[in-house]
Design a protein around this ligand. Structure first.
Ligand code: HT7
Ligand code: ZN
Length: 854
């Protein structure tokens, strides 16, 4: 396989300051005429080399003259040029309606749209399809007026008119130089929800969200989120929007969440469409976060872009950090931090400890689409957060100002970003840079000793960065750890919060005159993305869950207590549940705590996370241990769960932090009542399912029923299906809920659902809702007979023929074989080998499967 290496980066041989594109749109045969002004970049004699995946030009014209001394080799068009500046015209024909990969120009629901990041533009026309070639685009679209009444592209609209024979045209111009991955167009039969936003400097921006007519009533939340994002970026980062229009289009077929194309964002419809009847609180949150994320890219990604794809985290890590800050400001910052850390642990920690581990700035890849990972996005965001912590808010803002100003209109690197952090703050981040180059989650050991009678407390810290593929030996990293001590007797803080910068393999910190036995609160706010290994007793963890003043640390103490209990249960077959039950009871009883926080704090760690703590995962044992603790918590605290369940949220549905918190706690309570096996659990759930005026409560009730043995489960599934048969996003929930069931027959149900008439691999959301969800159902997927592994491999092989990117994204569960017993490991490897041996396999799936075998 061809490996692309970061160290091989060379500046482009030719620049393209201006690009003119004319599209004659026809789903079966679209003509693309491109006119590029090209400039030799430095003194060299290389021909012009344009990327063009699988295409042959219909014509090539240089400075107005048709030429034929060009050649196409390895998907690149070579044109010899004698001068330093030329005009190059090419024409190609492409078929969007046969594009199942959903990269380049493709059809979705009868409309035509694009996806160019990372390397989709080369599937549209010949171009140096790399992020450091920035060009000014003007675009003319011509299409059938009846089929495609709306014609959109990047930038601002210039003109439109009639093209005769039932066709019409529109011209768009984007004055900001941009890389080809930000190019976009849409031709479709769409309606718009319009609004406007007046920027800080008084300019009016026309906003539009374009969807199918029937979806128009479900666009208000996204539009509101867009306006909040625009105001937030002005207030928090001093970033103002720069075009006269900002359009968003929602499509049903999309490989990712959304795309930040300049002035014309294209979204997976699941991150736009919401109303109380069809979207959960979680969906509402996700929509606001993704709308904000794509909007924030206008500065972190578009105005300042990436030099090459190894720098992907420059825009993605920073933009995730920015969207996390936005979401934190809309409600409870503590709950947002808890959710983000839970996501990091669910997706990034396993990646960092498995065969696909890579650094935040990777050194090589085969297929760049495989590097849109939790490491690049979420660990990347943690790196920015750590720098913000080390610098403090004022210096961090000065540093981001410097970065945006200095690199505006430039394709920059992660190094450029860190250098701005240093320059604006005067801090030395030399050692911190290891976070960009070393993969693996650092493990920090912490042990605290105290001399009784008001003596000295000694904290011993150690760090170890585990080996990862290609990186057997690691250097110690710079870890910003927020630390505080609390008095075990009084429950009061004994020290201020301290930021310890742990920069060596071991370090000792001394606290003098500590008047009572101290309890250690460490990595407060999850200040560093590390695993803490401490010798704190269950009693100390329970103490922190009651007394710690940092909400994240309080949550963390509770989770650690539960995790230790579950690990003991899974390994030894039984565990003492008392400390965990008492801590949950105290948390439920504390009226001062926000309900959303309580709901998060009393939830048990997932089966997968328990498995991540063990050298050999026994999915059945983990499931039994977790069910036992859930049952005990349910039974022993039944009165409390019933009280929590009785706190009905407001009707009609209101999407607000308070109401979300109430709904969440109520649904967690329902789950515990079901786990307790109370006789009315199924009736309670079914009644909630029937009377709910919102999807949050309806889906939560369905989730409870779907894991139960009660026949009401079948009734609820049928009602749900019939009610939402016309809504693809809600049908995804129907598939997903069943794929996540904890019933013994979950694997068989999933296999049957793959044959359901509404199941299709052609739609990525649908594929993810069944195949992707099944891969995270630890017990069902890891059935000892290997049926789960075979099923996943069958689906991936079939999906790879349609959409390699989406197939490759769903492979990782098969790569976790090292963590399982020999029999399961052999069964998983068998399927990986079967995938690798498939003739015609994509390089996307080949890279993931072959690396997973190593
Ligand atoms: N920057 C966008 C990435 C993206 C993407 C990547 C590969 C294949 C399809 C894709 N669609 C969008 C999304 C983002 O991070 O905002
Ligand atoms: Zn992004």
């Amino acid at each position: 396989p061809l490996v692309i290496r970061r160290e091989d980066y060379r500046p482009p041989a030719w620049l393209v300051p201006d690009t003119r594109l004319a599209f004659d749109i026809d789903p079966a045969a679209t003509r693309v005429h491109a006119t590029l002004s090209v400039l030799r970049n430095g003194a060299h004699s290389e021909p012009l080399r344009l990327d063009g995946a699988g295409q042959t030009p219909l014509s090539v014209v240089v400075d107005g003259v048709a030429v034929n001394d060009w050649r196409v080799e390895d998907d690149q068009l070579f044109i010899p040029l004698s001068g330093d500046a030329h005009s190059i015209e090419t024409e190609v024909e492409i078929a969007p309606d046969r594009n199942t990969q959903l990269m380049g120009l493709y059809a979705s629901g009868g409309n035509i749209c694009t996806q160019c990041e990372a390397e989709g533009f080369r599937r549209i026309t010949f171009f140096p399809d790399r992020p450091d070639v920035l060009s000014r685009y003007s675009v003319r679209l011509t299409a059938d007026r009846a089929r495609f009444p709306v014609l959109l592209a990047n930038g601002d609209p210039v003109a439109q008119g009639d093209a005769g024979e039932g066709r019409h045209w529109a011209e768009w111009n984007d004055p900001f130089p941009k890389p080809s991955y930000l190019f976009a167009l849409v031709a479709g039969d769409l309606q718009v929800n319009r609004d406007s936003f007046v920027t800080e400097s008084g300019r009016t921006v026309e906003l539009g969200i374009w969807v199918r007519a029937a979806d128009l009533p479900r666009t208000d939340h996204a539009l509101h989120a867009l306006k909040l994002s625009m105001a937030w970026d002005e207030r928090v980062y001093g970033r103002e929007y720069d075009l006269d229009v900002f359009n968003i289009v929602a499509v049903d077929d999309f490989n990712f969440g959304a795309m930040e194309n300049k002035g014309l964002n294209i979204f997976n419809s699941r991150y736009i469409l919401a109303d109380p009847d069809t979207a959960t609180d979680y969906d509402y949150d996700g929509i606001a976060a993704v709308v904000a994320h794509e909007y924030f890219h206008n500065w972190s990604g578009n105005r300042v872009t990436c030099r090459d794809w190894f720098q992907l985290s420059l825009k993605e890590g920073f933009t995730v950090y920015r969207d996390q800050g936005f979401s934190a400001d809309q409600g409870s910052a503590a709950v947002k931090r808890i959710e983000d850390v839970r996501g990091l642990r669910a997706a990034q920690f396993p990646e960092d400890s498995g065969p696909l581990a890579h650094s935040v700035r990777p050194d090589e890849y085969q297929e760049i689409s495989n590097f849109y990972t939790a490491t690049i996005y979420n660990k990347g965001a943690e790196l920015i957060r750590m720098m913000a912590t080390i610098l403090g808010p004022t210096a961090f803002r000065a540093a981001t100002d410097l970065y945006f100003d200095r690199f505006d209109g430039i394709a920059a690197t992660c190094e450029d970003f860190v250098a701005c952090m240093e320059e604006a703050s005067g801090k030395d981040l030399t050692q911190f840079r290891l976070w960009y180059s070393q993969a693996g989650t650092p493990r920090v050991s912490a042990s605290l000793e105290h001399q009784p009678g008001g003596g000295r407390a000694t904290l011993r810290l150690g760090q170890r960065v585990p080996p990862t593929p290609g990186q057997p030996v690691k250097q110690p990293m710079l870890l910003p750890l927020k630390i505080r001590l609390f008095g075990a007797e009084t429950g009061r803080p004994l020290t201020d919060e301290r930021l310890v910068l742990l920069d060596s393999n071991s370090e000792t910190i001394v606290f003098e005159a500590v008047t009572e036995r101290p309890v250690l609160s460490i990595n407060r706010g999850f200040s560093a993305p590390v695993v803490i290994e401490s010798d704190r007793s269950p009693a100390d963890l329970a103490f922190l869950s009651r007394h710690d003043d940092d909400p994240f640390a309080r949550y963390e103490a509770m989770q650690q207590l539960m995790l230790d209990t579950l690990v003991a249960g899974a390994v030894e077959g039984r565990a003492d549940h008392e400390a965990a039950i008492a801590a949950v009871a105290d948390t439920l009883d504390n009226p001062e705590l926000d309900r959303a926080f309580v709901a998060e704090a009393v939830l048990l760690p997932s089966e997968a996370f328990v498995g991540d703590q063990l050298s050999s995962v026994d999915p059945e044992a983990i499931f039994r241990a977790r069910e036992a603790l859930r049952r005990d918590l349910g039974r022993r605290l039944e009165d409390r769960w019933r009280t929590a369940y009785a706190q009905a949220p407001q009707i009609p549905y209101v999407y607000s932090p308070e109401e979300k918190g109430k709904r969440r706690l109520r649904n967690v309570a329902l789950g515990y009542l079901a786990a307790a096996g109370v006789p009315d659990a199924a009736t309670l759930a079914f009644r909630q399912f029937e009377v709910a005026d919102n999807m949050t409560d309806r889906q939560a009730a369905l989730t409870t029923l779907v894991s139960s043995d009660d026949d009401l489960r079948i009734a609820a599934l049928d009602i749900f299906y019939n009610r939402y048969a016309d809504n693809p996003l809600v049908l995804d929930k129907w598939f997903q809920t069943q794929a996540l069931s904890s019933r013994d027959d979950a694997a068989a149900t999933v296999a049957a659902l793959a044959e359901h008439p509404d199941f299709t691999l052609a739609n990525p959301n649908r594929a993810r809702s069944l195949v992707g969800a099944f891969g995270v159902n630890q017990r069902a997927f890891n059935r000892p007979d290997g049926a789960g592994y075979r099923f996943l491999a069958d689906q991936l092989i079939a999906l790879d023929r349609l959409n390699p990117q989406t197939a490759a994204k769903l492979l990782p569960p098969l790569g976790r074989w090292r963590r399982f017993d020999e029999d399961r490991a052999a069964l998983m490897r068998e399927q990986l080998e079967r995938i690798v041996a498939q003739p015609g396999l994509s390089k996307d799936l080949f890279e993931q499967a072959s690396k997973s075998l190593d």
